[in-house]
Ligand binder design. Structure first.
Ligand code: MG
Ligand code: MG
Length: 251
């Protein structure tokens, strides 16, 4: 069931989205060699709670952190740890959610640690660009959910990369994960029609190698099956009369 949001609800989601985006930005600014993923998690939790909100991921399905923090070949759902120190050349994905006034925000980005390889930088850039292609597809008159995935995957494959199939974007609202599913692959003209009041997380997960992923024995961390790098970029996007609003974007 897809829950459409009225303008009052979208205003509330803007608030949750702004806190989410600011927490992610603060964590991104703290990314440097030597910092632990637990320290980044602490920055996020502290900020979200100071805003009077709750970290959406904390306790979600038993998840122990406030953010998912995944390094290099870890795709998503990395558990923050005092033992994981970032190293120069790593790429780190930080995925954050904040809940306030009955609604969630959800946003992720991939950050370089110091100087990274040209290859890694190109992957990060392509992932962000594929997100933008997805948003542009969502904004078109009469678009369907399959148009988003087709646009994302088309661009990603044109760059020689692949999108993750097993994990997908989703509706966002009173629940962190609502209908519809928003895959990063698809057939144009297929799937639910995108309409005003829909709020969705568009979130390409892009692998430098194949689409395959593996779940770690910790029950959370997802790795690329071939050990190659993966990048992630996500915003909570509201479809409105004025086009697509990126609720979690702050700058
Ligand atoms: Mg997320
Ligand atoms: Mg999400």
């Amino acid at each position: 069931m897809i829950y459409l949001k009225n303008s009052e609800q979208i205003k509330k989601m803007q608030h949750a989205g702004r806190i989410t985006g600011e927490a992610l930005m603060l964590a991104g600014e703290a990314v440097r060699e030597g910092i632990t993923t637990a320290e980044l998690d602490h920055i996020i939790r502290t900020y979200i709670e100071r805003c009077g909100a709750k970290p959406s991921f904390l306790g979600y399905g038993g998840f122990p952190g406030s953010a998912c923090i995944s390094i290099n070949d870890e795709v998503i759902h990395g558990i923050p740890s005092k033992k994981r120190h970032l190293k120069e050349g790593d790429i780190v994905k930080i995925d954050v959610g904040a809940y306030i006034d009955g609604f969630h925000g959800d946003s992720a980005n991939t950050f370089p640690v110091g100087k990274i390889s040209d290859e890694a930088a190109r992957l990060i850039e392509a992932t962000k660009k594929s997100f933008e292609m997805g948003v542009a597809a969502a904004e078109k008159e009469g678009a369907r959910i399959g148009d988003i995935g087709a646009a994302v995957n088309g661009y990603v494959e044109s760059m020689g990369y692949s999108t993750v199939r097993k994990y997908v974007g989703h509706g966002v609202g009173r629940d962190l994960h609502e209908d519809p599913s928003v895959p990063n692959y698809g057939t144009p003209g297929r799937g639910p029609r995108i309409c005003r009041g829909m709020v969705i997380a568009i979130e390409p997960m892009v692998n430098a190698g194949g689409t395959g992923v593996l779940e770690q024995p910790d029950g959370w961390t997802v790795l690329t099956a071939d050990g190659k790098l993966s990048a992630h970029y996500e915003h909570t996007v509201a479809i409105t009369d004025e086009g697509a609003l990126l609720l979690t974007k702050v700058d």
